[in-house]
Design a protein around this ligand. Structure first.
Ligand code: URA
Length: 204
């Protein structure tokens, strides 16, 4: 993630993102969804990509997955206003089923194309920790496809950026077929985020 050229400002990133045509996803999306939150946050949370509601609202994590995310954060007493929250891919990828727009996982090439924005966000924020929400965020961070089960529950060191914690994407909780599965995934996410917060407290 290192880069010797000067980092653009937050305003320049937002402006350039609104004109981004680096991959084809901009063509069908309503708008780009930039990261948001505290520019003084010691932590950057990285999701996958905007969903249907985020695409319409132009803000990250405002749909069903965002509600779960807010609930988990509230349950451990970590206000969303204290963090910076963004996505690995900034445009909504979907296919149409009748009138419904159905989420599609971004391809590795799309993640790679969008990585430049994440790199700018990192360089400006200089976070002490990154929290990857789900496998696409892990791919954006490490360049490797990895399963969450094997990664979560630990702090990982990266050569070029601050350490990261990987946890389930909130939509994974929503996709569980029963209440037991939901509880298990919810508690795992609570544990991972508590560990992330403790790490930041110890490092401050
Ligand atoms: N899922 C994500 O990864 N990001 C969002 O902004 C919404 C849902």
């Amino acid at each position: 993630m290192s880069d010797s050229s000067p980092a653009p400002s937050w305003e320049q990133i937002t402006d350039s993102l609104h004109h981004c045509t680096r991959c084809s996803l901009y063509k069908n999306a309503t708008q780009v969804v930039c990261g948001e939150g505290s520019h003084h946050s010691p932590v950057i949370f990285v999701g996958e990509q905007p969903g249907d509601q985020e695409d319409l609202a132009g803000r990250p994590f405002v749909g069903p997955a965002g509600k779960v995310f807010d609930e988990v954060m509230a349950s451990i007493g970590w206000p969303r206003e204290e963090i910076y929250l963004t996505n690995a891919v900034k445009h909504f990828k979907f296919y149409l089923q009748g009138q419904r727009r159905i989420h599609q996982t971004p391809a590795p090439e799309e993640v790679e194309c969008c990585r430049i924005w994440l790199r700018h966000e990192w360089r400006l924020l200089k976070p002490r920790l990154t929290v990857a929400l789900g496998a696409t965020a892990v791919l954006a961070l490490t360049g490797k496809k990895q399963t969450l089960g094997a990664l979560r529950g630990r702090i990982h060191k990266l050569k070029e950026t601050a350490p990261f914690v990987a946890t389930y994407h909130p939509s994974y909780i929503l996709r569980q077929p029963n209440e037991e599965g939901r509880q298990k995934a919810y508690q795992a996410m609570q544990q991972d985020l508590t560990m992330a917060r403790e790490f930041l407290k110890a490092a401050s």
